[in-house]
Design a protein around this ligand. Structure first.
Ligand code: F6R
Length: 261
């Protein structure tokens, strides 16, 4: 079972998630971190930024792989995930830009982009810790409902719901690209540790379905139930529809200190 950590604020969630990253880097300075974009991981990235700025954490050797990218945005578009990762992660956390990879969303070579990304991941030795957000429709990465649990990095069509959810980053929903390239559910399951974050009432149904619902490709997030090492860090609002919330709180409160996150 996944370990479910219910915290009182997104800031606390960011600190708990940052502890997991810091612990990983303490084990291996050049560990491979799987990077999510969107709003959810921002508290984690800000917590790491504070630790780096304070001199307590050096991430300069850390390697990174983004989960996904839009297809067809003009190069340098401020909402391309390559730009977002540079702005939100590489620069503030002082990572080495040459060690951070984002799937290639350029239409000219899109047919081979998935296989090229998988090869890069393999060459790097795979992802040690994969950060995940959760779509309101249950997606992880941009694996929309119906995505195979065995899928690898490939092009997907975004649902109307995801395009509406992400319209806040663009001038209008019409400007959100139709297509994306995303690590597959199978790619995500190969990571050695999954760290799923979800905040707010809007994620409550998707979270309950992913964590406690049946295993189904209709809820790609439910694939985390197949993974032996999953940490889920959520706020009270996102946790509000979990049937076993009291048990998760009890287990976290009584967790042996040596285990860490
Ligand atoms: C982003 C990603 C998506 C988001 C999800 C939630 O790289 O892969 O799965 O994590 O759409 O988005 P936010 O965090 O903006 O609610």
């Amino acid at each position: 079972m996944a370990e479910i950590v219910i915290v009182d604020s997104v800031e606390t969630a960011g600190e708990v998630a940052a502890d997991a990253v810091q612990r990983l880097v303490a084990e291996r300075v050049d560990a491979v971190l799987g990077l999510a974009t969107g709003s959810t991981p921002v508290p984690l990235y800000r917590a790491l930024e504070r630790r780096v700025a304070a001199g307590g954490l050096d991430l300069s050797k850390l390697r990174g792989f983004a989960l996904d990218e839009y297809v067809g945005l003009p190069e340098g578009h401020e909402q391309s995930y390559a730009s977002v990762i540079r702005r939100e992660v590489v620069e503030p956390l002082r990572l080495d830009a040459s060690s951070v990879h984002v799937p290639d969303g350029r239409p000219q070579q899109i047919e081979t982009a998935g296989a090229r990304y998988e090869a890069q991941l393999q060459e790097a030795g795979g992802i040690d810790l994969q950060i995940l957000g959760l779509g309101t429709d249950g997606h992880i990465g941009f694996n929309e409902p119906g995505s195979s649990f065995a899928s690898l990095t490939r092009v997907k069509t975004l649902t109307e719901q995801t395009r509406r959810d992400n319209a806040r980053f663009f001038a209008s929903a019409d400007e959100v690209p139709l297509h994306c390239i995303t690590q597959g559910v199978g790619t995500i399951l190969r990571a050695r540790h999954l760290l799923l974050l979800a905040f707010g009432e809007g994620k409550a149904d998707a979270l309950a379905a992913a964590v406690e619902g049946p295993l189904t490709a209709s809820v790609p997030g439910s694939a985390i139930q197949l993974h032996a090492r999953v940490t889920v860090v959520v706020d009270e609002a996102a946790a509000s529809r979990l049937a076993r919330a009291d048990y998760y709180r009890y287990a976290w409160a009584n967790k042996p200190a040596w285990q860490g996150v």
